[in-house]
Design a protein around this ligand. Structure first.
Ligand code: NDP
Length: 294
């Protein structure tokens, strides 16, 4: 099959992907320039409009887990199956980031770090894991794994998705971890009203998409001391602008969208498996429901 690799990335990164994809699927004909024979487009947020005019296109395979940006491209060919990346290495990294955030909040490690800068010797309270309630929003590939890993360490952790009710039980959680996909239904999810429903002093950990959080509302909740701390990996604008208040806010920990990166080595084998399935007429993995938006 003729497989087109297309992304919004520097040439070096593209070439690394190409080499790994070629090694994982040497039977495919890999292209960097589109032609009429392209049957599969393997994409990493390509510029809008770049998948137009491919008459034989049978599959769009994203290299990224979140497809919100891709779905914003109105010219994305309708009716062509779209698969997203579910990468075991990325799942593992996300669990690690979530564990670090929960541990840091439960054991006050962010506060202790700030105290060191002030030469302050002050011992914090030490709640037990079983006394620390964690709510994970989303119980898909990532949310489900994160909640299970936290529960295995003894945390009072549970995952929530819409099948559990219209609204998440924010009131009781000491830490809320966001792992929802960004869709029309979840954009601006953490607005003033929902933030006000969170337990006083609770921590918010956003590892999904920046647009899930209304940043001005979050700043207000943090400034007022209603929320204890926010760990933010994703932002409305990325890179986070240098003048943004999050950078220096005492109650905010900023990460540069690195909670879990796709690992090209394992991701290439995931892509190769879907290409083989397509050629053999077997079921495709990790298909996106375009109506739902994830
Ligand atoms: P999945 O599609 O596997 O899971 C999504 C979950 O969210 C499902 O449980 C789904 O419910 C639930 N959900 C969807 N819409 C709603 C809604 N309106 N209300 C309540 N629950 C909802 O996604 P993943 O776990 O693989 O990934 C989640 C997101 O994480 C990605 O979309 C991406 O944005 C982000 N991400 C961030 C990374 C980073 O480095 N920061 C890296 C990778 C991903 P149901 O089970 O009922 O369908």
């Amino acid at each position: 099959m003729r497989v087109l690799l297309l992304g919004d990335w520097p040439d070096g990164e593209r070439d690394r992907w190409l080499a790994l994809l070629r090694a994982a699927a040497p039977e495919q004909d890999w292209l960097l320039v589109p032609d009429d024979g392209v049957e599969v487009a393997v994409v990493a947020n390509p510029p809008p409009g770049s998948l137009v005019g491919l008459p034989r296109l049978r599959l769009i395979q994203s290299l990224w887990a979140g497809v919100d940006r891709l779905l914003q491209d109105a010219s994305l060919p309708a009716g062509v199956p779209l698969a997203r990346m579910v990468d075991p290495a990325m799942n593992e990294a996300m669990v690690q980031t979530a564990l670090w955030a929960v541990l840091s909040l439960q054991r006050s490690f962010f506060t202790l770090q700030a105290q060191q800068r002030e030469r302050l010797w002050r011992q914090p309270a030490q709640p037990r894991a079983a006394e620390w309630s964690v709510l994970v929003l989303g119980q898909g590939e990532l949310g489900g794994r994160v909640a299970a890993a936290l529960a295995a360490l003894g945390y009072a952790a549970r995952a929530w998705s819409r099948r559990d009710g219209a609204e998440p039980p924010l009131e009781t959680a000491d830490t809320v971890i966001n792992l929802l996909p960004l869709t029309a239904a979840t954009r601006g999810f953490f607005d003033a009203a929902r933030l006000a429903r969170m337990k006083r002093g609770a921590g918010l950990v956003n590892l999904a998409r920046g647009a899930h959080v209304v940043e001005a509302d979050l700043l207000q909740a943090l400034d007022a001391g209603r929320l204890g701390h926010a760990v933010l990996d994703v932002f409305e604008r990325e890179p986070l602008p240098p003048e943004h208040r999050f950078w220096n806010h005492p109650r905010v920990t900023v990460l540069p969208h690195c909670a879990a990166q796709t690992d090209p080595r394992s991701a290439a084998t995931v892509v190769a498996a879907n290409l083989r399935a397509l050629r053999e007429g077997a079921p495709l993995q990790h298909l996106v429901d375009r109506g739902r938006g994830y």
